[in-house]
Design a protein around this ligand. Structure first.
Ligand SMILES: C[S@@+](CC[C@H](N)C(=O)[O-])C[C@H]1O[C@@H](n2cnc3c(N)ncnc32)[C@H](O)[C@@H]1O
Length: 246
């Protein structure tokens, strides 16, 4: 594997948005070869069900053109294509190593999707290009949430739909406390062991704990212009936010 032990940890403490973007890129480039395996192990396979639910929401208005932002190794983009074979599906990400794995998976499954390099904060698509935009576990990594939402709004056609799937910070209560322990102590160790990158799996819980709670995220979407609703999955470990444009 190609993981680099010198990959820096990612966090806001290192400087401005550009620094965070570069650090996130370096981190995902380093863990790309083990990313899918880690996803399955660390979520005990539950992430598949979350993606299915989010895909159902994304396809609710029968979109013809879909963009999956921060697509990574394309799991979500492929899920969309399987469920909507007639639709044009494009996945975009700023880490070529993640996209390359996505392309191999698409080829192996005989599915045709576009996988293109692009920064979510400056999407390389004209206004109104897509009927649905999705982002699964990518939004949390953006250096500027407002700019990310503004870009997704811009590339959506009027009447289009945005679907975000994310990990909200654990809620108070017994389950939330247990989850915090798993997140802080178990996940970084297992992640470091499998990926060889200790920084990446320390960053994951840090980024979740620093992420806006679901109500605040809904507020940010609303402030961008979206008509917004959300629901929590698996005792609040994950959340789906839906934003309709117009
Ligand atoms: C946790 S992975 C999620 C990948 C995929 N969506 C999934 O569900 O497995 C986060 C992805 O977000 C991408 N990413 C983070 N910030 C980005 C940005 N500003 N522009 C494009 N991609 C970004 C990373 O490169 C990484 O592939």
């Amino acid at each position: 594997m190609t993981s680099s032990p010198s990959t820096p940890p990612v966090g806001n403490r290192h400087g401005g948005p550009r620094d965070k973007g570069r650090e996130v890129q370096a981190m995902f480039a380093s863990i790309a070869p083990r990313y899918d395996l880690l996803n399955r192990v660390l979520s005990l396979g539950v992430d598949r069900g979350w993606r299915r639910e989010a895909a159902r929401e994304a396809l609710g208005l029968s979109p013809r053109r879909l963009l999956d932002v921060a697509t990574g190794t394309a799991d979500f983009a492929l899920e969309l294509k399987v469920r909507a074979p007639e639709a044009e599906v494009v996945g975009s990400d700023f880490v070529p190593q993640m996209l390359e794995i996505g392309r191999a998976k698409a080829r192996a499954r005989g599915l045709t999707i576009g996988l293109e390099e692009g920064d979510a904060l400056n999407l390389p698509y004209p206004d109104g290009s897509f009927d649905a935009v999705t982002c699964a576990f990518g939004f949390r990594n953006f250096a500027d949430y407002g700019q990310g939402l503004a870009e997704m709004w811009r590339v959506l056609a009027p009447g289009g739909r945005l679907v975000l799937l994310e990990f909200p910070p654990p809620r108070p209560g017994l389950f939330g406390s247990a989850f915090r322990v798993y997140f802080r102590h178990v996940l970084p160790r297992v992640g470091a062991l499998i990926s060889g990158n200790a920084g990446a799996y320390t960053y994951l819980p840090e980024s979740v704990l620093a992420f806006p709670d679901p109500e605040r995220l809904a507020g940010l979407m609303h402030a961008t212009g979206f008509r917004t609703r959300y629901r929590l999955l698996t005792f609040g470990i994950a959340a789906i936010h839906v934003g309709d444009k117009g």
